[in-house]
Ligand binder design. Sequence first.
Ligand code: SF4
Length: 385
Amino acid sequence: MEPVGKLAGPGHRLPPAAAGTAERARWWHHVGDGRLQCDVCPHQCQLADGEAGKCFVRVRQGERIVLTTYGLASGFCLDPIEKKPLYHFHPGTAVLSLGTAGCNLSCRPCRTWDEAVAKRVHRMAEEASPRAIAAAAHQWQATSVAFTYNDPAIYPEYAIDIARACHVQDVRTVAVTSGFMMPAVRRELFGVMDAANIDLKGFDEEFYQSFIGGSLRPVLDTLIYVRHRTSTWLEITNLLVPGHNDAPDRLRAMCTWIHDELGPDVPLHFSAYRPDPRMPETGLAASGLAGVPPTPPEALLRAVDIAREVGLRYVYSGGAGTPATGTTYCHGCGAALIEREGHTVQRYRITSQGRCPECRAVLPGAFDDRPGDFGARRIPIRLGN
Ligand code: SF4
């Protein structure tokens, strides 16, 4: 069992914005010594009264655990779906992105994970009911809502209620997640998600434990579950951090696992690490990232080559500096089917049945007759505007 987070302890009170918004949480049970165990993610925090879990936002109050961020979201923004990234899910359409506060991992390259930011997001959060979010997506003609700025794995009660409200409005739902969750949560969360981008951060248990603050096996289990047991459309992202998870043999092992366990049709996106200019040198040193340079384009291209060599059909790296790594090619005849520039669809050649017009091979994913025309915009919105 994992120790609880640094905010835990009787002396720590809920952030002010959470007052009155906490909802009784699901997925916990009593353990014999009087503590309550949260069963949402593999950390399985065991909480005394008043303690918060590692994620900051699931807190024991008396004889129950509550989700302090239920109904509190932040960062509402209209984005292109390509930015999640999802390249095979209604290309060119708009997605309403949102997040809450907290995280159950402590990825060293993360730009948002630290106690201060977690608290600040609490203060910035707006009250947002599931129905209000679904109505906003409908009003702004977003075809999907994405749970993206932090991981819906730590607020599944809220994410599931929002997803159900969205489906009433004919709005689709997207989970952008680390996949670090327990089986019961996995079942319910992906039962209401139309698409997911799961972050496979590396392919090494030691890397996950020392660099991510989690473990690899539950993430692999989530990938297998989503691919084989749900109708959720799945894509994968891997952030390449120079010198930490970009060794060619590990990349080859990861891509081979994806090919063998998930199949050749799951799109894989390689993305580039960029040092956070807001992080002081001391912070970089503490996180083990001092002197780590940005991921060079050639490292991205090498990763793309490895993935294609092992047989993955849809491999992308928008930041590699070559349009070819943002283009979707037909696996049957090699024709360019979707050409992109950044997050914008420039050329779209797919039949109304989702086939290649040259050889009629089916392109896996969810496609419309025409791509959306949202473009590369990023439009912050407030609910009710
Ligand atoms: S969701 Fe939060 S409280 Fe629950 S086990 Fe994970 S880190 Fe701990």
